[in-house]
Design a protein around this ligand. Structure first.
Ligand SMILES: Nc1nc2c(c(=O)[nH]1)N[C@H]1C(S)=C(S)[C@@H](COP(=O)(O)OP(=O)(O)OC[C@H]3O[C@@H](n4cnc5c(=O)[nH]c(N)nc54)[C@H](O)[C@@H]3O)O[C@H]1N2
Ligand SMILES: Nc1nc2c(c(=O)[nH]1)N[C@H]1C(S)=C(S)[C@@H](COP(=O)(O)OP(=O)(O)OC[C@H]3O[C@@H](n4cnc5c(=O)[nH]c(N)nc54)[C@H](O)[C@@H]3O)O[C@H]1N2
Ligand code: SF4
Ligand SMILES: [Mo]
Length: 734
């Protein structure tokens, strides 16, 4: 009997009238979820859904993926190329030819006048692999500037640098399947539930079937810390000390895998001598974790049959970012936890295609993990592209974080920004503003017209976004996945690939080289360059990638050194045979002395200022700031502050307060919460004119990545709450 229930409002799933589902890969974070976009009979994208048989997400999507089809109709898109003579003039709409001619002429003029490296290019982790490869060919092979880098220096360069130092090559050795096998998970400086919700769901799914210890290292009590078995609220920036101490206990108590160390590593004597100094008692005074907990964690980790470490920006964005990664690798080498199911050093990548740029963009070298420093690599690529090898520099040039200061000193005069928004995302934005104002020529190539950085540009090039074009992304676990063309770009916006090819055709050297227009043809080209290498794509094709819902490299069409006998469906783990990418085949155990060089809280600036993300927004909100639900759930720049600290300053929950550092100030809404201790505040960095007015961004010596997570600030209550609300609102201008 229904007892009249049929009369109550039944749940109805809206019929969006989808007539076709098109395959893509999510364009936000690096989880790499397979997504299908539903098209109605008018050809309009009306729905998104997770692909059920994709191994990565198994039908799931997070809040960003679920609304991704709404991207195609967001406000603020660039519809036409824009141009002006001076920064202070109004922009005028111009034809593509005028904008591209002017850009090519200015590149040429600046290079003729000041030298080739005086024109600089900074790109991103968010365009397609085929676009990265083409941009690399243009920057290295045609324009020939060595001051070419990407925003991955703000994001993954510590991970890339740490992998190279320990294993001889970049490339995360593990995969999500490791959760199915591991007996202990250590997560350092990663807020997985919010920043990689679908990887987190994979972890939760495994934990429901089989229990194993979760240890989270984060100065905040994040959502991840709350579900952990052990939470280590570490002193900011001291992870290397904790990791050295864990290695100390493991070696002292005979818990190390000495056979693995002897067979597969070098440098153990120097390493052991250094960690000898980091006994738990000494370490606890620096890293703030008591000695018994250090011993306990070391034992739990080393005694597990297999154990893995994941990490994200809490490690990378530090003055010890690269050392932090090496310390994690050291821990996994001494316990024999590399390349085995459930045993890994798995960096959780940031942007959707941060891996693609590391592999193919030539930012730090030449395509396919080749190095400018190596004669044979320069010769091979020069021959393949049909240019003189002497055209390439013999070592890499400046990183993004050194390119902007080089504008200040006059070394760089022109800049091309592609899909990155440094006026919001770089540390110490008051300083960035001055550098951008100093440029003789700035060209901004972005999908949105309303990015802050465009205010400083001479030329703006409107780019197509995500599935308005076709190509591949590589995710955290080395999985190459495909984006099919789902929708057309608005106005006359064009794919980045088309823009790069057009610029190439305006240079003599570019006209003499091949710049294919079709993404799949570019894919075929880079696939050839990958054959036999660690990042072998030779067994992949667009159709095969789509059928497999993404494939993990090495994936070879023949037996090979890195891929083994049969890798035609991809390879889950690297280094499973204990052979690493250094000529000796051994990994390096590297001693890591700790020097405390952060700006620390003091009497005048008594709080640690920590920054990061929330689940609803992506970075500088050019996209998520315009999508209804995402903005509704997280509309305001706010600050997590401990209730006791707030009370001591007379600040109440929900009031606006001012944060001040030696660089600048910002107005934020205070959210009192026990997530942070009394000497720390945390602010999501998504809002313009906010967090990065405060940050200092000291650089890591190896990776040049900024320490976004550590600086000192003071908090002041605001008497005039109405005026504060206006200032706060300005930071969410979209
Ligand atoms: N929703 C959403 N998801 C995203 C992104 C986004 O913008 N929005 N961006 C993507 C990108 S590009 C990236 S790089 C990732 C970032 O992903 P995560 O790194 O997971 O995110 P964050 O919030 O930047 O920082 C993670 C944690 O580091 C902690 N931390 C701060 N200082 C320290 C320290 O000294 N030691 C340790 N151990 N931890 C510390 C912070 O308290 C914070 O909880 O997210 C990706 N996913
Ligand atoms: N304080 C603080 N600052 C931080 C961080 C932090 O944790 N704290 N995190 C840092 C990290 S990890 C990162 S990755 C950076 C991110 O910093 P940014 O890269 O500057 O941030 P995004 O907003 O992702 O900028 C990407 C731009 O690309 C555009 N875009 C998207 N798709 C396309 C496309 O297909 N073609 C073109 N041409 N344009 C496109 C978007 O509109 C957007 O303007 O921020 C860093 N800054
Ligand atoms: S978890 Fe990342 S890749 Fe997956 S839907 Fe969310 S933002 Fe997209
Ligand atoms: Mo990032």
């Amino acid at each position: 009997m229904l007892f009249g229930r049929e009369k109550k409002n039944p749940i109805k799933i809206a019929d969006k009238g989808v007539v076709e589902w098109k395959y893509a890969t999510c364009g936000y974070c690096s989880t790499g979820c397979s997504i299908e976009v539903g098209i109605d009979h008018k050809g309009k994208a009306v729905a998104s859904r997770g692909v059920a048989d994709a191994d990565v997400n198994r039908g799931k999507l997070c809040i960003k993926g679920i609304f991704e089809h709404e991207l195609f109709k967001t406000a603020g898109r660039g519809l036409k190329p824009l141009m002006r003579d001076n920064r202070w003039d109004a922009f005028k709409s111009v034809s593509w030819d005028s904008a591209l001619d002017r850009t090519a002429e200015e590149i040429q003029r600046i290079q003729d006048q000041y030298g080739r490296d005086a024109f600089s290019i900074v790109s991103t982790g968010q365009i397609m692999t085929e676009e990265f490869y083409t941009l690399g060919k243009l920057a290295r092979g045609v324009i020939g500037t060595n001051n070419y880098d990407g925003n991955t220096t703000l994001c993954m360069s510590s991970a890339a640098s740490g992998y190279k130092r320990s294993f001889g090559s970049d490339g995360p050795p593990g995969c999500y399947d490791d959760f199915e096998h591991t007996e202990c998970l250590l997560a350092i400086g990663s807020n997985l539930p919010e920043q990689h919700p679908v990887i987190f769901w994979r972890l939760r799914d495994t934990l429901e079937k089989r229990k194993f210890p979760i240890i989270v290292v984060d100065p905040r009590v994040t959502m991840f810390a709350q579900m952990a078995d052990i939470h280590l609220p570490i002193q900011p920036g001291t992870d290397v000390v904790l990791l050295n101490a864990l290695a100390h206990v493991i070696l002292k108590e005979g818990l190390a895998d000495q056979d693995y160390i002897d067979a597969h590593t070098e440098g153990q004597d120097e390493f052991k001598a250094l960690v000898e100094q980091y006994d738990p008692q000494t370490a606890s005074r620096i890293c703030g974790i008591d000695e018994d907990t250090i011993r306990n964690v070391a034992r739990v980790y080393a005694k597990a049959g297999s154990a893995m470490t994941i990490w994200t920006m809490g490690i990378n964005q530090s003055t010890h970012g690269s050392d932090g990664v090496v310390a994690i690798n050291n821990l996994n080498l001494v316990t024999g936890n590399i390349g085995k199911p459930g045993g890994s050093s798995l960096s959780i990548t940031g942007q959707c295609n941060a891996m693609g740029t590391r592999e193919w963009s030539s930012c730090s070298g030449l395509p396919g993990y080749r190095a400018l420093e190596k004669d044979s690599d320069r010769e091979e690529i020069a021959k393949f592209w049909g240019i003189d090898p002497a055209f390439f520099p013999k070592e890499r040039g400046l990183f993004m974080t050194d390119i902007l200061p080089a504008i200040e000193t006059g070394q760089i005069k022109g800049l091309w920004l592609i899909a990155t928004n440094p006026m919001t995302s770089m540390p110490n934005t008051p300083r960035i503003r001055k550098t951008l104002e100093k440029l003789e020529f700035l060209v901004v190539q972005d999908a949105y017209r309303d990015v802050e950085t465009t205010e400083y540009a001479h030329v703006y090039l409107p780019a197509a976004l995500w599935a308005e074009k076709e190509g591949c992304f590589t995710n955290t676990e080395r999985r190459v996945n495909l984006i099919r063309n789902v929708s057309q770009p608005p106005g006359v916006a064009k794919p980045d690939l088309w823009i790069f090819n057009q610029i190439a055709s305006r240079f003599e050297q570019g006209r003499a080289m091949e710049f294919p227009d079709d993404a799949e043809q570019v894919f075929d080209e880079l696939r050839e360059l990958s054959r036999g290498r660690m990042l072998d794509y030779s067994g992949m094709s667009y159709d095969k990638i789509e059928q497999n819902r993404g494939m993990q490299w090495p994936c070879s069409d023949a037996p090979s050194e890195w891929a083994g006998e049969d890798s035609s469906d991809g390879t889950r783990r690297l280094y499973s045979d204990g052979r690493f990418a250094f000529p000796s085949g051994r990994a390096k155990l590297i001693p890591l002395p700790f020097i405390d060089n952060n700006e620390r809280p003091d009497e005048e600036y008594p709080f640690w200022f920590n920054s990061g993300r929330v689940v609803e927004h992506f970075h500088t909100r050019t996209r998520t700031g315009k999508i209804g639900n995402q903005n509704k759930f997280s509309p305001t720049p706010y600050m997590e502050m401990n209730p006791d600290a707030a009370k001591a300053l007379g600040i109440r929950h929900g009031e606006y307060a001012r944060v001040i550092s030696r660089r600048g100030d910002a107005v934020v809404m205070v959210q009192t919460t026990q997530r942070v201790s009394t000497d720390m505040v945390f602010v999501p960095f998504h809002f313009h004119d906010c967090v990065n007015r405060i940050t200092l961004g000291l650089l890591d010596p190896h990776s040049r990545q900024p320490a976004f997570k550590q600086c000192a600030a003071r908090i002041e209550p605001i008497a005039d709450q109405k005026a504060a609300a206006v200032r706060n609102k300005a930071a969410r201008a979209y």
